[in-house]
Design a protein around this ligand. Sequence first.
Ligand SMILES: Cc1cc2nc3c(=O)[nH]c(=O)nc-3n(C[C@H](O)[C@H](O)[C@H](O)COP(=O)(O)OP(=O)(O)OC[C@H]3O[C@@H](n4cnc5c(N)ncnc54)[C@H](O)[C@@H]3O)c2cc1C
Length: 300
Amino acid sequence: MSLRIAITGAGMAGVSAGRLLPDCGHRVTLLEKSRGCGGRCATKRWEGHLVDHGAQYFTMRHSDFCAAVQQTCGESLCRITAPVLDENGAALPDAGRYYHRDGNSRLVRGMAEGLTLRTETTVTDARALLGDYDRVLSTAPLPQTAALFGLTIPAQYIPCLTVLLAYRGEPTGLCREAYALSDLASDLPWSACENHKAGRIATGCTVLVAQMSEAFSRRHLELPPANYPGLLRAMVERRWGLCSNNFLAGLGHCWRYARVAQSHAAPALPERCYFAGDALTASRVEDAWLAGRAAALNMI
Ligand SMILES: Cc1cc2nc3c(=O)[nH]c(=O)nc-3n(C[C@H](O)[C@H](O)[C@H](O)COP(=O)(O)OP(=O)(O)OC[C@H]3O[C@@H](n4cnc5c(N)ncnc54)[C@H](O)[C@@H]3O)c2cc1C
C-alpha cells in the first residue's frame, strides 16, 4: 500500500527519511518553515564569503552514511586537513572531518533533490496533517515537536551563541597552523578558521566562526544577536592572536536548540505519528541521518 506521508522539517533527519520512503513506494511531502532545507546543517553567504554557521563539518563513521554522502557530493566532498588544537596546543585525534565544498547545507540540499519539498511552510498543528496524510513524521527539535502535538515532552537542549568574524589579510600565525581551537572548559570551547575550507573565503580575508559554551550562551541568550560580535570579539582575537585593527565585520546567530545534552527516548506521539532527529542519538549530522532513516523504516 502506498502511504501519503508528511515530514515536518527538512534538516538532515527529515531529508534522510524523505529519501528512503519513496524508494519503498510511498508519497512523501516535506514541510519546512525556512526558505531552504538544511536546518542546523546551515551555511550563510556573508560579506562575499561562504560560512558554515551551524554544523562545522561532518563525520562519516557509518558505511551507509558514507555511501550516501559520496553519492550526493561527488567531487564536492572535501576533508579538512589542518588540526584542531586543544588548550595546550596539542592536536586532537582526527577520524575525518569532512565538508561540502559549496557549504554544508548543500549536502542536505543535494540529498533532497527530486523530493517534494514545500519551503516557507510552518506546521502549527501536526495532528491536523492526518486529514491529508496517512502518516506524520516530525523532525523539529523535541520542544518544537511537543508544541506541534500539544504535548509536554521533557527534553534538554543546549543553546549556542555563534558569531562570524571577518578580518583583513590572509591567515597568518595560528590561523594558518590550525583549523580550530578547542577549550572545553572555557567560555569559548570552539572557534574555527573557515579559510581551511577551500574556496570559501574571499581573497585577502580571514574568517572565524566562534561557538560559545552552554553557560555563556544561557547567560546571554536574550541579548540581540547584533550585539554578539562586540561581546565576543576580544575573546576570539586573544585566542587566535588576531589584530583588532584588521577587523572588518561580525555577525551573530543564536541557536536555541543547538544540541541535546543527552540522547532521549522516542516520545509517545498519537497513532500514526512519529519523531526523528538527533535528539534520539547524538547531535551530529551523521546521527541525524541515521535517526531519520531508522524512523522511516520503523514507520513502514
Ligand atoms: C552551532 C552548531 C554546530 C554544530 N556542529 C556540528 C558539527 O561540527 N558536526 C556535526 O556532525 N554536527 C554538528 N552540529 C549538530 C548538527 O547540525 C545537528 O545534529 C543536525 O543537523 C540535526 O539535524 P535534524 O534534522 O535532527 O534537526 P534540524 O537540522 O534542526 O532540522 C529540523 C528542521 O525542522 C524545521 N522546523 C522546525 N519547526 C518546524 C515547523 N513547525 N514547521 C516546519 N518546519 C519546522 C527547522 O526549520 C529545521 O529545518 C552542530 C549544530 C549546531 C547548532
